[in-house]
Design a protein around this ligand. Structure first.
Ligand code: B1M
Length: 221
């Protein structure tokens, strides 16, 4: 196995063991060794999936999930990661209203989507987490974005997403905005149930879809 491969494996273990110091040290080393920021995020995410499994089998508790979230945010905050999240904003290509739906407090995936969208010159109006449908509708009416992005990683938030789409229809706004939903559990079937225009299991893919909607290929702006 290559040096970088070994580093990545150690990193997944360090995240799953919630060893904050080691995660940051290995992340810095991996970045110096040439890992792409996006690949680093994917590696840390692998560790998060293990944390989730350990929570499911009751080895870990809610405090451990909180710790895992904090560690991920520290990795996102590393100086070298700004390469991924640096907002160039040369020419604004479009506006996205973004939020995590009601009932869901997870914001890491949403924040990654936001960072990547801003890097691709979208203006993002981030309305936070646990956002009720009324607040989504209000922001869409006020901001007139081309795109509404909803994040939700708890499986039961599919219904909250559907309710937002229904509320947009009731407010006569559905035709004025493309809707993308994101979360690793989403499928084309859930997307159709929600009534969204697209779904993404990955923030990077989500941003690519948004660019396609505006007929822009990545890096073109
Ligand atoms: Co929670 N949690 N959590 N948690 N948590 C999960 C999601 C879980 C899978 C763990 C498990 O049991 N295996 C499970 C959900 C089970 C399910 O729904 N079937 C779970 C649970 C049960 C819970 C609580 C209910 C626990 C409890 O209280 N008993 C509770 C719910 C609170 C609530 O939201 N109402 C809870 C709480 C929390 C914390 C707040 C403590 C913390 C979050 C901290 C934070 O976000 N600031 C937390 C954490 C850290 C996790 C895990 C371990 C990691 C989540 C994460 O940040 N992953 C998670 C385990 C797992 O994911 N397997 C788990 C990294 C992040 C990059 O991934 O957000 O999925 P993610 O984003 C991905 C994609 O989803 C996608 O792109 C990203 C990758 O590029 N994406 C988009 C996301 N949004 C997008 C938007 C887009 C496009 C793509 O376009 C708009």
């Amino acid at each position: 196995m290559s040096e970088l491969g070994k580093l990545k494996q150690e990193l997944v273990t360090a995240v799953s063991e919630l060893d904050e110091e080691k995660v940051l040290e290995l992340s810095e080393t991996a970045l110096r060794a040439g890992i792409e920021p996006l690949e680093l995020l994917e590696t840390v995410n692998e560790g998060m999936i293990t944390v989730g499994k350990l929570y499911e089998n009751k080895t870990y508790f809610i405090a451990d999930l909180i710790m895992a979230g904090l560690i991920f945010k520290e990795v996102l905050g590393l100086e070298a990661m700004t390469k991924l999240f640096y907002s160039k904003m040369k020419n604004k290509v479009g506006k996205i209203v973004l939020g995590t739906v009601q009932g869901d407090l997870h914001d890491i995936g949403k924040d990654i989507f936001r960072g990547l969208a801003e890097t691709n010159n979208f203006e993002v109006v981030d309305i936070g987490v646990d956002v009720p449908k009324e607040a989504f509708v209000k922001k869409v009416r006020e901001q007139k974005p081309e795109i509404l992005g909803m994040s939700g990683i708890l499986t039961y938030t599919v219904d909250a997403m559907k309710e937002v789409v229904e509320a947009l229809k009731e407010a006569d706004l559905r035709d004025q905005v493309k809707v993308i939903v994101g979360g690793s559990h989403l499928t084309s079937k859930t997307c159709a149930y929600i009534g969204a225009d697209a779904f993404a299991n990955d923030a990077f893919d989500g941003v690519k879809i948004c660019l396609q909607w505006l007929n822009i290929s990545q890096g073109e702006q």
